[in-house]
Design a binder for this molecule. Structure first.
Ligand code: PMP
Length: 422
């Protein structure tokens, strides 16, 4: 008897599975608003000017960079230096924190860093590392990117809990409830195993609503008191305010030395959205070791990180990271990149405004939402009806990808939404 016979059919992926259904849909009016990919008004996935310039440079002028050899296990050295500087120096020097603490982390060599297969790769390697050495318990917001659960579940986590982030009825964040849940449940857990917590750094997926700075201060204070291990998921840096540096508030705040993260601080970062490098899989994982820990700690963390990566995919892909590296290291390309992100965010905002204007929903606080998505608060039956009857595809949680709405389909989308509500 084959054990293969006992394998159950896995459910289709909650997001990517829908595109498969969409592709088979014969309705000429079909609209795919599922995946978080930025598209232009003609439905094309755009390449930012900064990125295509960098590509041309690599192609035509920097012939040497075309070599297709392996990168080191943790990625290229230049990439590591440039990304660390971008994240911990530039993104950490802002007027909302008194000092650039990130610079201290760099100067004191406290960051274990690996180039990863985008944000998902960073999260998966974190989960593997955490479950092997630190903890198998993690908290995820009660609405979240569906893959969070999948990644932690498939990488050794035994206990996955939800914290109360958002109330569907009122459409408001529930920060007080979130923190009282944690105080009660984590505070009363007397075991030595700490609890990890995933924090969406900005542009919370799917609700588009983020805590205020004051709320973040309270949240970070509480999780620090509870000795939790922060796993910051920064997949949308720049897409909240249009300013890449400004959006790293949660990172800046967490590395304030008044917080000692005994079991490390994890940052999972992606260039998929803010550089449009989706399929190239470019991102990073950093593990910040506690202040005053002996230097052997960082060495051990580095070495285990390498070992985990080596066992899974050996080393990261080269091309996309060379593009990102060039953009980060060339001042002209970099300033173009900052402009490109601004431009994308302005267009996303204008689509949000158009939807908001056309729909006139007072039940959806759409003016407070940020990022790539619009959270409709449609129930699952409504989402299904939209798909089955009208071929408008949203994710099950009622999230739609803003840039999928364009001049040619906005009328159809808004008319249908209004109709379906009645
Ligand atoms: N975290 C969140 C919250 C996301 O929405 C995404 C992208 N959809 C990711 C991480 C990672 O994406 P990628 O692996 O493409 O960088």
């Amino acid at each position: 008897l084959s054990l293969l016979n006992q394998i159950e059919l896995a459910p289709p992926d909650k997001i990517l599975g829908l595109t498969e259904t969409f592709n088979n849909d014969q309705n000429p009016n079909k609209v795919n608003l599922t995946v978080g990919i930025y598209k232009d008004n003609f439905g094309k996935v755009t390449t930012f000017p900064s990125i295509s310039k960098a590509q041309k440079l690599i192609d035509r002028e920097l012939g040497l960079n075309k070599n297709l050899s392996y990168l080191p296990i943790k990625g290229g050295k230049d990439y590591a230096e440039n990304v660390k500087n971008f994240l911990y120096d530039e993104s950490c020097s802002s007027s909302d924190t008194t000092k650039n603490y990130g610079k201290d982390l760099l100067d004191n060599n406290r960051i274990s860093f690996a180039q990863t297969l985008s944000g998902t790769g960073a999260l998966a390697i974190s989960a593997k590392f955490l479950s092997l050495f630190i903890s198998k318990k993690v908290w995820i917001p009660n609405f979240s990117w569906a893959n969070h659960m999948n990644i932690f579940n498939k990488n050794g986590f035994k206990s996955i809990y939800n914290y109360s982030y958002y109330d569907l009825k009122s459409g408001q964040l529930t920060v007080d409830k979130w923190l009282s849940d944690l105080r009660e449940r984590v505070g009363q857990d007397k075991s030595d195993e700490p609890h990890c917590i995933i924090l969406h750094a900005c542009c919370h997926n799917p609700t588009g609503l983020d805590p205020t700075k004051d709320d973040w201060d309270k949240i970070i204070n509480t999780i620090n008191e509870l000795r939790m291990v922060p796993v910051i998921d920064m997949a949308y840096q720049g897409l909240e305010s249009g300013d890449l540096l400004k959006d790293a508030y949660v990172l800046r705040k967490c590395i304030d030395p008044k917080y000692v993260w005994d079991n490390g601080l994890f940052l999972c970062q992606s260039f998929a959205k803010n550089m449009g490098l989706y399929g190239e899989r470019v991102g990073s994982l950093s593990i910040v070791s506690p202040a005053h820990s002996p230097s052997t700690v960082k060495l051990a963390v580095d070495s285990q990180l390498k070992r985990i990566i080596r066992s899974i995919y050996s080393s990261p892909p080269g091309y996309g990271s060379r593009v990102a590296n060039l953009v980060l290291s060339d001042p002209a390309l970099k300033s173009q990149w900052f402009k490109d992100v601004h431009g994308m965010v302005n267009r996303l905002q204008s689509i949000r405004d158009k939807l908001s204007y056309n729909l006139e929903w007072d039940t959806v606080n759409d003016e407070q939402q940020h990022g790539m998505f619009y959270f409709t608060r449609f129930s699952l039956p409504v989402v299904q009806e939209l798909r089955d009857k009208y071929s408008i595809y949203l994710t099950d949680d009622g999230r739609l990808s803003l840039s999928g709405v364009n001049d040619s389909d906005i009328e159809y989308v808004c008319d249908t939404f209004r109709k379906i509500e009645q």
